[in-house]
Design a protein around this ligand. Structure first.
Ligand code: NAD
Ligand code: TYD
Length: 338
């Protein structure tokens, strides 16, 4: 890669995308970033405010399914780093169509432009494409067969297959990363960790789905951004990398840890109806990226959770604005009052 690279970051106003923009602009003084983001309910320009007046950064509001806009932006960049997606499993259960449009069609529109101009393409995907593990199964790795079970994971699986297809069919220089559950700053407060922290600050309870014994492998978003950085610079073309946090925990461990850190008691847990088709366990074996690129997670979960709680306590303005809109109505109706 050259010294000054221009990246097109789709979904750069979302949780992981905005952390990635911070990582790139803070780490590489010569690099330029163009963010393409539709600013759906999950996109927030406040997360990128630091770069508002920075000449190396440009924000374009637009949809990844808009082929002519995508064409204009892809031609001028060196690499597309593709985060834009509908990302919440619960929403995909209620309203699957937009997941197909953005995650499948949107990815194909981007791929088509990348093919036209032969651009490097990195696709950010999820471990949820591999389905659910039993308690004694080996963690997912790059050879695990795809077995998506929610509309969200099915749409991400379809997008992964399209990216692979563009590599095999057109030699498009692609890489894919499948990561586990991220957490950290700028996390939209509909996902478990930011929802739990912000609910507690607001004096509300934490909704625990089912028995709370489901397992996720928590990865700090900053560790994830470092992994993507390594893949776009040194990853092998055509390859997939599994990125995990060595942070397997039951949900109940996570919420009890948050309660303890915030000095609150277990009466603040509210067991609610389980998610339909709830995947029991996800976990990632990250040996390949560790061996080939020298990446490993550096932020221990206990430490990362402490920092994340502090971030949400210190950045009330950021999440209160996000939480008091239509999302709040959606959340109240769907997950508390049943
Ligand atoms: P997010 O929901 O926080 O952000 C998604 C961003 O994409 C938002 O800024 C939104 O406005 C934008 N967007 C949505 N539809 C768009 C469209 N049609 N055109 C342009 N922009 C659009 O998501 P996230 O948690 O930051 O996830 C980023 C990527 O990482 C996604 O592809 C997701 O599948 C993947 N991923 C996330 C996690 C996780 O734990 N959050 C884990 C594994 C993989
Ligand atoms: P989530 O953050 O939605 O991520 P994903 O579904 O992609 O893993 O959920 C993480 C886990 O927490 C999952 O097992 C569902 C559970 N959960 C709750 O128990 N309560 C909640 O309010 C939410 C949002 C999730």
């Amino acid at each position: 890669m050259q010294n000054n690279m221009k990246l097109l970051v789709t979904g750069g106003a979302g949780f992981i995308g905005s952390n990635f923009v911070h990582h790139i602009l803070d780490t590489y003084p010569e690099y330029e970033v163009v963010v393409l983001d539709a600013l759906t309910y999950a996109g927030n320009l406040e997360s990128l405010k630091k770069f508002e007046h920075e000449s190396r950064y440009r924000f374009v509001k637009g949809d990844i399914t808009d082929a002519s806009l995508v064409d204009e932006l892809v031609v001028e960049c060196d690499i597309v780093v593709h985060f834009a997606a509908e990302s919440h499993v619960d929403r995909s259960i209620l309203e699957p169509s937009i997941f197909i449009k953005t995650n499948v069609l949107g990815t194909q529109v981007l791929l088509e432009a990348a093919r036209k101009y032969n651009k490097r393409f990195h696709h950010v995907s999820t471990d949820e494409v591999f389905g659910a593990l039993g308690p004694h199964d080996e963690p997912f790795n790059e050879h695990t067969p795809y077995d998506p079970r929610s509309p969200y994971s099915a749409s991400k699986a379809a997008s992964d297959h399209l990216v692979e297809a563009y590599f095999h069919t057109y030699n498009l220089p692609i890489t894919i990363s499948n990561c586990s559950n991220n957490y950290g700053p700028y996390h939209f407060p509909e996902k478990l960790i930011p929802l739990a922290i912000t609910n507690l600050i607001e004096g509300k309870n934490i909704p625990v789905y089912g028995d709370g014994r489901q397992v996720r492998d928590w990865l700090h978003v900053k560790d994830h951004c470092r992994a993507i950085d390594m893949i776009i610079h040194n990853g092998h073309i055509g390859e997939t990398y599994c990125v995990g946090g060595d942070g397997e925990r039951e949900n109940i461990w996570i919420v009890k840890n948050i309660l303890k850190e915030m000095g609150l008691g277990e009466e603040r847990l509210e067991y609610v109806k389980d998610r339909a088709g709830h995947d029991r366990r996800y976990a990632i074996n990250h040996d390949k990226i560790t061996r080939e690129l020298g990446w490993k997670p550096e932020i221990a979960l206990e430490e990362g959770l402490k920092e994340t709680i502090a971030w949400f306590q210190e950045n009330k303005g950021w999440w209160q604005a996000v939480k008091d809109g239509s999302y709040q109505e959606y959340y109240e109706n769907q997950y508390i009052k049943r």
